[in-house]
Design a binder for this molecule. Sequence first.
Ligand SMILES: NC(=O)c1ccc[n+]([C@@H]2O[C@H](COP(=O)([O-])OP(=O)(O)OC[C@H]3O[C@@H](n4cnc5c(N)ncnc54)[C@H](O)[C@@H]3O)[C@@H](O)[C@H]2O)c1
Length: 430
Amino acid sequence: MSRIAVFGAGYVGLVTGACFADLGHDVVVRDVLSDRIDELRAGRVPIHEPGLDELLARAGGRLRFTVDVGEALDGAELVFVAVGTPPTYSGDPDLSAVWTVVDELPAGADTTLVMKSTVPPGTGEKVRRALDTRGLGDLAYVSNPEFLAEGTAVRDFMQPDRVVIGAFEPDHAERVARLYEPLSTTILRTDVASAEMIKLASNAFLSTRISFINEIASVCELVGADVVDVAEGIGLDHRLGPHFLKAGLGFGGSCFPKDVSALKQLAGNSGYHFQLLAAVIEVNELQRRRVIQKLQKHLGDLHGKEIAVLGLAFKPGTDDLREAPSLVIAARLLAEGADVRAWDPVADARALLPEVTFASTVLDAVREADAAVIVTEWPEVSELATPEAYAAMRRPVIVDGRNTLDPESMRELGFVYEGVGRPVPVEVER
Ligand SMILES: NC(=O)c1ccc[n+]([C@@H]2O[C@H](COP(=O)([O-])OP(=O)(O)OC[C@H]3O[C@@H](n4cnc5c(N)ncnc54)[C@H](O)[C@@H]3O)[C@@H](O)[C@H]2O)c1
């Protein structure tokens, strides 16, 4: 069993630390936020991630938390970097937290530094040079990008599709590969730049599929086809598969927008114009705004209208609001003069949306509303498909931004229902 340090107690760092502790390792997670560390020490989990509470509860003494760099590094055979790499105004990621960790490694440190944060290809090479310059040539550097998805992070970590390990020396890769052996998955060993590229390219490809199906949805709306059937038909082709072909309000979250932009900018910085990704980003931005036109089609001017926004987290199963489509939609509605009432079972957007009022149930959110927009497909949203919800609304207009409800049943209940890329009966158009 190894002594492991994890820098960063966010979604990736906490899950990594908890899972390695569960696999029997001795783990210390370090963060700079003392409040977060205090909460974790008191047994409270600062993020919503299914299964994480249980892992933390049963970790016992194998998992400790600290703000102290020295305590985290003391005896650590492997140091995982899981700090944030948020986007900057230029579209390049902000690597300052990564560099802080690298710079904080003390002289004489002899460990294996494992980069789990998502960093652009070329970063490992730069870190290696910086370490060598500081006389830390014995310290091993390994890239081990993380592919977990929020909402299923614990399962994704414990049952990964693959583990990617990029190293400058084969025996450095083995030190990290050993940790993943109990997970019986494919371990792909590459050079450092390729490992870094696999992460960005994977997220860019997933995002491309989403923007692709959203463009197909827009064409479906014009020609009367149903994108749900179209996606099913595409997905049955074994060369394509069914995943990430759900038309909706576009992708959000802390990773896809940032990583697509990082890859586009990396290409641009290197002298290549990545046209496809430019389109992927533009389609995604427009997709969120199309909701407003759909509402205007049914309600006319939105000024003074009560609009319920159902779901705020960027996807179900998480409380993460980073780059959430809900924020753009709420801001657009407010800009049109609408009154916005929002509901989400876990995400707390009060600080981000001070002009919005919040409801604690779906039914409360839609009471006396002129329309409801489904932004996140939480299971509770099915409460809309009831006579009570129909009776509660002032006007029964539903824009289902995630195609989560059955159009026919909704119309039978009396709702004016519109999904994304789905046929709208002629009588609704009148
Ligand atoms: N969230 C995801 O779904 C996901 C999935 C795969 C990869 N990633 C990547 O993993 C990285 C971390 O993402 P996240 O979502 O966990 O971020 P996060 O913002 O939730 O957590 C990052 C944590 O790092 C801490 N931190 C900052 N500087 C530090 C330092 N010097 N020492 C210790 N801690 C420090 C922050 O206080 C914060 O708690 C990013 O590069 C991200 O792109 C994220």
